[in-house]
Design a binder for this molecule. Structure first.
Ligand code: FES
Length: 143
């Protein structure tokens, strides 16, 4: 764990996993994708801090396996690390099914990150919520 002292003098501990994903985020999109690059887009905002997350998914018809998941955020280091980890989780083993990916909780993401400081737990919710919004839009489109 790495120690960070914030401007209130509180000590926050970040795991090596969090640092790894923050410094080298996986499946991050530097620019907005072009129309048609993905099957659906989702967005989530964090009431606690005002930060925003956008997510894009590609889903294999028939199997409903997630073939691509990309994201962008205007959020903090913890949001970046949590969403990077979430993207790895949904894409591992040839892609989770949408159904299984919807069961991932922020606590699952935090466990895979070897923890987050308690004050930053709300940041891990953005990945999950933006993904759920993308799935909702995907289901609307494929009706
Ligand atoms: S402080 Fe806003 S997402 Fe972390």
């Amino acid at each position: 764990m790495a120690d960070i002292i914030n401007n209130k003098g509180e000590e926050w501990l970040y795991s090596e996993k969090v640092k790894e994903h923050f410094l080298n985020p996986k499946n991050f999109l530097a620019e907005e994708p072009k129309e048609g690059d993905f099957d659906a887009e989702g967005e989530a905002g964090n009431f606690a801090c005002g930060d925003i997350m956008k997510a894009w998914i590609k889903v294999e018809p028939g199997t409903e396996r997630i073939k691509d998941f990309k994201w962008r955020t205007w959020g903090c280091a913890s949001a970046i690390a949590a969403t990077s980890m979430f993207s790895e989780m949904v894409l591992e083993n040839d892609g989770m099914t949408v159904e299984d990916a919807l069961k991932i909780t922020p606590q699952d993401i935090i466990a895979r990150l070897s923890g987050l400081p308690p004050q930053k737990v709300h940041c891990s919710v953005l990945a999950d919520q933006a993904f759920k919004d993308a799935v909702k839009n995907y289901r609307k489109k494929s009706k």
